[in-house]
Design a protein around this ligand. Structure first.
Ligand code: PMP
Length: 285
């Protein structure tokens, strides 16, 4: 994937895709001093672009590594990348990290914060069977407590257990894994938030130990506009059995119906289909 034509924005300028490299002594590679964003452009417009750039700034602050570009500069960089590659529909990845420098120990203040923007064409995150209902495994890893990690940052270090969970899920023939949090409440999938439907009302975990996704917030707004009650609350594992429908939300996942979590099954019902279709319309409007 690295050896191909195209342009990537790196530290203020567009460079050739295949030469967008970093040094092996990059601090982030050793100590996870890295924050990122995942965004999607539809018909040439990045959905909630500024919100993503603001979240990148916030993630940088949370990790004590201020992003050395303004929101406007980040916005321009993203659109420059789309234009340089000639894409209207693409996934956009912004990443900022501590580079190589004098600090090769745990401290990193002497090393520059660097930033890059890449984009690529990326279809349905859970494959072609998207509307059939994804099958999820239950992860053995728990989302960590806010006292152990800045859990509201979109930071590379938070994804180690996500990758391991997703590998274990795929080995069992599942598309993803649902994770509980450190208290045992239902939290989210490895790269997406989760929603449940029961008796015409919607229940979704309260985002006090994981990322309050931009898609999650958009979907809550869509539900409220329809007059549907949304309960943001702590959800116990025992409750999974009683839920009728389930879906995931995320920039990459968009709105993906879930058909199964472990031994619990869900129908791809009318509300799930309505929200998935309406989200698709919204991002393209
Ligand atoms: N949780 C995690 C762990 C994620 O990686 C993502 C994707 N960024 C989300 C939730 C959903 O966030 P968003 O809707 O902002 O993409």
């Amino acid at each position: 994937y690295d050896d191909r034509d195209g342009k990537i924005w790196m530290d203020g300028k567009l460079v050739e895709w295949r030469s967008a490299n970093v040094h092996i002594l990059t601090h982030a590679l050793h100590y996870a001093s890295s924050v990122f964003e995942g965004e999607r452009a539809y018909n040439g417009k990045i959905f909630e672009s500024v919100k993503h750039s603001e979240r990148l700034h916030k993630s940088g602050e949370l990790l004590d590594m201020p992003i050395p570009y303004t929101i406007d500069e980040i916005e321009k960089a993203k659109y420059d990348v789309l234009k340089a590659n000639g894409w209207d529909d693409a996934y956009v990845r912004v990443v900022a990290w501590r580079g190589a420098g004098e600090d090769m120990g745990v401290a990193s203040k002497k090393n520059p914060v660097r930033m890059a923007v890449a984009a690529w064409e990326w279809g349905a995150y859970y494959g072609d069977a998207k509307m059939k209902g994804a099958k999820l495994d239950i992860s053995k890893w728990k989302r960590p407590s806010p006292e152990t990690i800045p859990c509201h940052a979109k930071a590379a270090g938070l994804y180690m257990i996500c990758t391991m969970s997703k590998h274990a899920a795929e080995a069992k023939g599942c598309s993803d894994a649902m994770m509980f949090d450190y208290r045992g409440y239902v939290a989210e999938a490895t790269g997406a938030n989760i929603f449940f439907v029961k008796d015409g009302e919607v229940h979704t975990p309260k985002p006090d130990a994981f990322l309050n996704g931009i898609t999650r917030q958009t979907v809550i707004g869509m539900l409220q506009k329809r007059g549907i009650t949304v309960h943001e609350r702590h959800i116990m594992p025992e409750e999974l059995e009683g839920f009728e429908q389930c879906w995931l939300t995320g920039t990459a996942a968009e709105v993906t119906p879930v058909g199964q979590i472990g031994d619990y099954t869900f129908e791809v019902g009318a509300l799930t289909r309505d929200i998935a279709e309406s989200y698709e319309k919204l991002v393209r409007s």
